[in-house]
Write a protein of this length. Structure first.
Length: 210
């Protein structure tokens, strides 16, 4: 069951302000129209805006690059149901041109059973996602390295008989049976190498989306 809204008793606005300022997550309080009432330094750093410039602005133009429709639907749903709305793996465009990957939780605040504002918590997952991507690339490189060793072994195998026959060719060129065996071995070995190359190209070719 989803947790519901936060009940804020009258006269407790200072507690809300202290909660916002001291929260380790990016935190802001906005009214039901999306105007930012207060926020902490963490969310200002995340959005690359100073806290002073962020307060009073509407959250929609502040969070650039975010799916505005998705955020509006989340706010509307939270306003109508009084339940928390969560958005995950959102890409936010920073003024400097960078991107941050965040999770956003929207928590309705109720005063006298009426939703008057929202607490917005933003979790910056950029570094974690980048670390996961680096680990994935490292694992992929390790797999490619292992594949390369196996590939070298597979290609080397059919080359061994070609080399062996080539070394004897000048001495046994007049041997008709030897020349016949040599040609058959070369053709078989070349076909084997060709099959390996075809498999590599098939593996490398991107599959069409279904």
């Amino acid at each position: 069951m989803k947790p519901t809204s936060i009940d804020l008793p009258p006269g407790r606005e200072n507690y809300a302000e202290a909660m916002v300022r001291n929260n380790l997550l990016g935190t802001c309080i906005m009214d039901i129209e999306g105007n930012i009432i207060t926020c902490n330094e963490k969310i200002s750093q995340l959005l690359s805006f100073s806290r002073r410039k962020t307060i009073g602005k509407n959250i929609f133009p502040v969070i650039e690059g975010l799916n505005q429709v998705e955020l509006m639907e989340c706010l509307t749903d939270s306003l109508e149901t009084g339940e928390i709305c969560e958005l995950t793996d959102l890409q936010i465009q920073t003024p400097a041109g960078g991107k941050r990957i965040t999770d956003i939780g929207i928590y309705p605040i109720q005063v006298d059973n009426e939703i008057t504002a929202f607490v917005v918590l933003m979790t910056d997952r950029t570094e974690k996602v980048l670390l996961q991507e680096r680990l994935f690339r490292s694992e992929k490189l390790a797999l490619v390295g292992k594949f390369a060793v196996q590939l070298i072994h597979e290609i080397k195998n059919p080359l061994v008989p070609i080399r062996a026959y080539a070394q004897l060719l000048t001495k046994r060129y007049d041997d008709q049976k030897f020349r016949k065996d040599f040609m058959e071995t070369v053709l078989q070995s070349v076909d084997r190498v060709n099959d390996i190359v075809k498999e590599i190209l098939k593996f490398d070719r991107p599959t069409a989306p279904k």
